[in-house]
Design a protein around this ligand. Structure first.
Ligand code: UDP
Length: 414
């Protein structure tokens, strides 16, 4: 079931101009402490969403540093992913109804995956709630089990959280993306921000030809300001709210909206959301709904680079890598004041925060009418990402996390 992760260019040495030589040396010294250890990441999809995005870069880098890192994905059917999507919504605070059979089915699929998966010997790094019950295997396999929560579970539906918590508490450690996302647990808790890879196809510089090819491919008018939201088609990303905000802005100034995104194999709701959005937008030639196939990294990169304003009007958000990606490209961002967005967008310093559709429209209009201000925000945003949210910093945090599992409370001498 392991996916072969080809050693993708770029190599770590290519990051030296961005992060400096000593930071790279530090990664090598830390990785040596883990020599001979296996690290197995387990999540629920290879494609779609921030977790897959990060793992696709993190796993090759760990391998390059000499750690035997792997990535496995659990298998589930539509019924399983319907249940886990409801879990996801409920953990984000939405009211969902569950039957006993659904909890039982969730466990049955986890049990089946626990039997089928080939587990690594040392560190088992489980991402998010879908595979959380694999921990039942811990008496048989693995030295250290870590649960990495990518979502904001600060205000969850208690029934679902108590169910998940039963399993979480059996791990050696948990990792959250922000302190205010976490629930206090009686085990080691770590805080690690997510990240983007500045040299991936999603984020590296593009040539003018590459950008123009994308403009032509999607029939985008270069002359009209572009408002962009890149997101999976998910209610929690509020694509309908983005359209409403756009309509308000367009009443007073010409502009166009691009809603670009795909679906994720672990999200059965996305087709419904996409259909709804397509229906609302169908008679409006200024709204481009782009259904992107997986591996549209260059397309997304180009769209973010041509955007005048990037919006992320999420109702709930784990971290919001799309915001990080836009800021890295120096774009002015209008984003909801939720979840991990608050770690990235400092209002009126690295972007504008909004709390409503009207607020989003007001902020977009502000940026469209003040290009210098928009540029200044984007520049600050870029520095903020460089400082805090690049994959090399994330890699270091993960290495320290793994090392800390073996050294307990002793000091680690480099
Ligand atoms: N993304 C993508 N294709 C899509 C939609 C999103 O590659 O059709 C990427 C996006 O560029 C970002 C990640 O998926 O890197 C989304 O991460 P984020 O944290 O914003 O949201 P999530 O989907 O994890 O809730």
């Amino acid at each position: 079931m392991d996916k072969e992760i080809k050693s993708i260019k770029p190599k770590l040495r290519d990051y030296e101009p961005i992060i400096g030589k000593s930071s790279l040396e530090e990664l090598k010294i830390l990785a040596d402490k883990l020599s001979g250890k296996t690290v197995q990441n387990i999540n629920s999809t290879y494609i779609g969403g921030g977790v897959a995005e990060i793992l696709s870069r993190m796993v090759p880098f760990l391998n390059e540093l000499g750690i035997d890192a792997r990535w496995s994905v659990i298998k589930g059917d539509t019924e399983f992913f319907n249940i886990t999507k409801k879990f996801h919504n409920a953990l984000h605070g939405r009211k969902e109804m569950f039957t006993e059979e659904e909890f039982e089915y969730f466990l049955e699929i986890n049990r089946k995956n626990a039997e089928d998966l080939e587990f690594a010997e040392h560190i088992i790094f489980v991402h998010d709630p879908q595979p959380v019950a694999l921990i039942k295997k811990r008496n048989e396999i693995g030295e250290k089990w870590i649960w990495r929560c990518h979502i904001d579970i600060s205000n969850p539906d208690e029934t679902v959280w108590n169910f998940i918590k039963n399993y979480v508490e059996k791990y050696d450690a948990t990792v959250f993306s922000a302190p205010n996302f976490a629930k206090m647990l009686a085990l080691k808790m770590f805080l690690i921000y997510p990240s983007i890879d500045p040299l991936s196809n999603k984020n590296r510089e593009l040539t003018e030809e590459q950008i123009n090819a994308v403009i032509e491919k999607y029939g985008i008018d270069k002359k009209k300001p572009i408002i962009l939201q890149v997101s999976r088609f998910d209610y929690l990303k509020d694509p309908v709210g983005v359209i409403k905000a756009f309509e308000m802005v367009r009443r007073t100034m010409p502009c166009q909206l691009i809603l670009a995104g795909g679906t994720a194999t672990d999200d059965p709701e996305s087709d419904k959301v996409l259909a709804e959005v397509q229906e609302i937008a169908k008679d409006n030639p200024d709204i481009h709904i782009l259904l992107l196939p997986p591996d549209s990294d260059i397309e997304i990169n180009a769209l973010q680079r041509i955007a005048t304003v990037v919006v992320q009007k999420s109702i709930k958000e784990g971290f919001g890598l799309t915001v990080t990606e836009a800021l890295w490209k120096g774009k002015p961002v209008v984003a909801s004041a939720v979840g991990g967005i608050l770690l990235q967008v400092k209002n009126k310093l690295t972007g504008l925060l909004c709390h409503s559709i009207e607020g989003a429209a007001y902020a977009i209009r502000t940026l469209l009418t003040n290009p210098e201000y928009a540029k200044w925000l984007g520049k600050n945003g870029h520095s903020q990402v460089k400082q805090n949210f690049l994959i090399t910093r994330h890699l270091k945090d993960y290495l320290l996390l793994f090392i800390s599992q073996y050294y307990n409370d002793e000091l680690i001498y480099l």
